[in-house]
Structure formats: C-alpha cells, structure tokens
Design a binder for this molecule. Structure first.
Ligand code: FEO
Length: 175
C-alpha cells in the first residue's frame, strides 16, 4: 500500500508546530530554572516535568512526519525569557503560551478538514484534548492566587501544591 501524502501546507504547519512545542519545552525549562533559583522548589519541579512533557509533544510530530516519509525539520529555538517578576506572572505567561499553542492546533485541524486529511485529523485529536487539559491546569493554578492570596505564606502553599502536581505530571504515562 502506498503511504498517504501530506499536502505542502500540512507539512509546513506540522513543522511549525515542532518549533512551537520545542519553544514551549525550552520556555518551561527557563521557568523551572528561575523557580529553582528563586526558591520555589515545587514550582521548579513542576516546570521541569512540564518541559519534558512538551518535548514528548514535539517528538510525536517528528515521528508522525517521518513515518509518512516526510522528513521532520528540527528547528533552531530562540532563547526564552529568563526572569519573571513573580510566580504569578510566570504562570500567566505559561497560560498565554498554551493558548497560542491551542490556536495553532485548531488551525491545523481546520486545514485537515478542508483537505479531507483524515489521518492527520485523527493524529491531532490527541493534541486537541491535551490542550484542554493544559489550559485548565494553568487556569487552576492562577485561581489559587485569588483564593489563597499573594503573600509569602500563600505563595509557599501554592508552591507546595505545585510540588504535588509535579509528582503527578512525572507519573503520567509517556505521551
Ligand atoms: Fe504541547 Fe503545552 O503544548
């Protein structure tokens, strides 16, 4: 059986998505490092795990393209922002990042529908669901600042919650 062929446009957006996932991984790594150096060890563990998770997202697309005989393009990644005013600002940035990733995924889904590319549509379904989870995760953390406050004690509590979440991210089955 001959392999399905991706359209030029589909190849482009999938390769662009490799860059987005790689950039997310890099950005979360920088966030983890900032948290670690600032004394938020729970948040640091959380973002180190999150960075690894984004790398698995990137790899999924690399493997998908390669499996169709379309060589994946491994991109250069820009240096991420390396310092933040507060943990809350950092989480807000992470949520914004996820929102733009969601937009890109939805855009790709629209292309698969237009092109009747059922295989890529099915492949992207996992990402659509994953994005709902990722946005919810960061929204839930942000709510904690409103619920618990922003003083040192509250941030310490939030850091502890993130430590517990980090343990669950690490134990997620590999994507
Ligand atoms: Fe892979 Fe968080 O988007």
């Amino acid at each position: 059986m001959t392999k399905m062929k991706l359209s030029a446009n589909m190849k482009k957006v999938l390769n662009d998505q490799i860059l987005l996932e790689a950039s997310a991984s890099n950005s979360y790594l920088a966030m983890a490092s900032w948290c670690e150096i600032t004394g938020y060890q729970g948040a640091a563990n959380y973002f180190y795990a999150q960075s690894d998770e984004e790398r698995t997202h990137m790899l999924k697309i690399v493997h998908y393209l390669n499996s169709l005989g379309t060589p994946a393009t491994i991109p250069a990644i820009k240096a991420p922002v390396s310092s933040y005013k507060s943990l809350e600002e950092l989480i807000k940035t992470a949520l914004k990042n996820e929102q733009s990733v969601t937009k890109a995924i939805h855009h790709m889904v629209e292309i698969t529908q237009k092109e009747k590319d059922h295989s890529t549509y099915a492949f992207l379904e996992w990402f659509v669901n994953e994005q709902v989870q990722e946005e919810t995760k960061f929204e839930t953390i942000l709510q904690k600042f409103d619920l618990l406050g922003r003083d040192k004690l509250a941030i310490h509590e939030i850091d502890k919650l993130l430590a517990a979440d980090a343990a669950s991210v690490e134990s997620d089955p590999p994507a």
